[in-house]
Ligand binder design. Sequence first.
Ligand SMILES: [Zn+2]
Length: 99
Amino acid sequence: MKRKATITVETERLVVISGSHAAAATLWCEACQAEVTMLGLDEASTLAGLSHRTIFQLAETGAIHFIETAEGKTMFCVRSLRQQTETRTTRLLNEERKD
Ligand SMILES: [Zn+2]
């Protein structure tokens, strides 16, 4: 069965996930205490503009929320990913202002 899902998040970026590789779901995030969109690694990486390695590092520190599904797949919380991109942008702007 072919499946196509389009996920729109509140950002300039639009992530379109299609085919059997689709990796997005609405799941309960313990850290947010809310149902959020959770993305697979590739999609999370694309959305946040971060490497897979960085995503995992931030997840380990708790900066990015994640869960493991019953299939053993890691899914990342869109809310925390967006906070990362905002924090990063703010930091970059502040660093520029210092000079
Ligand atoms: Zn979360």
